[in-house]
Each structure stands twice: as C-alpha cells, then as structure tokens.
Ligand binder design. Structure first.
Ligand code: 5GP
Length: 239
C-alpha cells in the first residue's frame, strides 16, 4: 500500500493517507520529546525500534483477543493501520509508583501499588494533559457513555495483566504505561497509537535500571541501548 499525502504529524509519528479511505500508514519518528515537548531530541533508529516493539506487543495482545488498529508492518519503521477516531484520553495504568503519581500524591518512588491503578488524562497540549475523572469525561462528551468508560478501564487492566506477565518472564518490571484507543467506522473500540519504551516504564527486574524514555527525560544517556535491550527481551522465547 503506497503512502499518499501527510494527514497528521504528532510528536512520535507521522500519519499518511493511502488509496484506501479506511487505512493509513503510520511512520515512527526518531524524535524524542518530553515535558510536553519542552525538551526535544533525536536518536537515529529509535523509530524503527519502537515500531518493532509495538508491532510485537500488539500481535501479542491480539492473540489474547484485544482488538487493535494494526493491519501489518510495511517496513522497519512503518505500519499499515485502520483509520479510527482517537478518543482524546490517555489511559495510564500503574503497577509501581513513580513519575507524576509520586509528585501528585507524595507516595514514595518505587512503592508497589496494591492493585493496578487506572487513570485518565485529557489529551490537550495547551492544558498539559490534565488528569480527569469519570465525570469530567462524561461532562465533556469525551466518550459516548459510561459503559465506554468502563470498557476503557477494563481494556487497560487486561492489557496490563497480559503485558505484566509477559515482561516478568523477561526480567522486566512493567512499572506503568499509557495507551490510547480509537473508534472505527463500525463503532468498535480499538487499541491504537503504540506501546513502546516511549509510552511505558520498564525497570530491569534485578537492578531496577530504567530501560525507557525516562533515560531521555532525566538525561541519563544510553537511550538507544535501553530500547535495544527492551526489543531483545521482547524477542526472547519464554512460553
Ligand atoms: P506519568 O504520568 O508518570 O508522567 O506517566 C505515566 C506513564 O504514562 C509513563 O509510562 C509515561 O511514559 C506514559 N505517558 C504519560 N504521558 C505520556 C505522553 O504524553 N506520551 C507518551 N508517549 N507517554 C506518556
């Protein structure tokens, strides 16, 4: 499928139209951004690593019955995807307290949470993606109904339980992650966007070394090596 004109450019990907109105090409960029793009960088090969990791994880989730926007990979850094209307919510699931949760609530960094915590953030750069509750989502018509909200929470928890077990077998702690969902032309809610070290936190199970975008956010260096390590572990046969 040939990519045609650029439809949208986000921080991590470019979306192109194709000759089929229902399909888009998503190209993963090497750009890195943090703190709502106040910090920017570029790591050659990062886009291809994220594309490979995300493709493998989407296939894994599909094998457990989670519907996704992914049709197929096209090349190292491109995927053919179904066109969806993105629900303007970031669904964040946390297993271990770190990042904005520790800052907001004063919980000690590294505390294992008693259950997987699901949060919603309203996707709006001008507002800095604020945390929102169920009633904010319904009041602002971000979703059609309360049952869609419950479905997003259920999907977030299910994705977490599949991925947490998968990464435990590969000596990685899935600390937290962000996922996005879209609605296709038939009204189905599909997992969209990506799941990669840009959108997840992974800590090595033995050393707690950070193997994700926090290396960029915190200026720790070794960003590409960390992403390569995650890909290596995702590729390990464990089942
Ligand atoms: P926090 O709220 O602690 O900053 O982030 C929680 C989790 O969601 C982390 O895994 C982080 O990478 C992910 N996350 C939160 N906001 C964004 C975002 O705007 N873009 C991406 N790629 N990931 C995000």
């Amino acid at each position: 499928m040939q990519k045609k004109e650029l439809l949208y450019e986000g921080k991590g990907k470019r979306l192109y139209k194709t000759e089929d109105d229902e399909l888009l090409v998503s190209v993963f960029k090497d750009d890195l951004t943090a703190f709502n793009a106040q910090k920017t960088g570029n790591e050659k090969g990062k886009g291809a690593l994220n594309c490979k990791i995300s493709t493998l994880l989407f296939h894994l989730l599909e094998s457990y019955g989670i519907k996704t926007h992914l049709v197929k990979t096209i090349d190292d850094s491109s995927q053919l995807i179904k066109k969806v209307n993105i629900i303007p919510l970031e669904v964040v699931v946390r297993n271990i307290a770190t990042g904005s949760l520790t800052k907001r609530l004063g919980i000690k960094d590294g505390t294992t949470l008693p259950f997987a915590l699901v949060e919603f953030y309203y996707k709006d750069d001008d507002l800095n993606d604020p945390l929102v509750n169920d009633e904010h989502c319904l009041m602002m018509d971000l979703l059609k109904s309360e049952s869609d909200l419950e479905e997003l929470k259920r999907l977030g928890r299910e994705i977490n339980s599949i991925l947490k077990k998968f990464f435990e077998k590969r000596d990685l702690k899935l600390v937290d992650f962000k996922v996005e969902f879209g609605v296709d032309k038939d009204g189905n809610i599909l997992l969209s966007d990506e799941i990669s070290p840009d959108s997840c936190r992974f800590w090595d199970a033995k050393t707690d070394e950070k193997l994700d975008k926090d290396r960029f956010r915190q200026g720790l260096g070794g960003v590409k090596m960390a992403y390569e390590e995650v890909l290596k572990r995702v590729l390990q046969k464990r089942d």
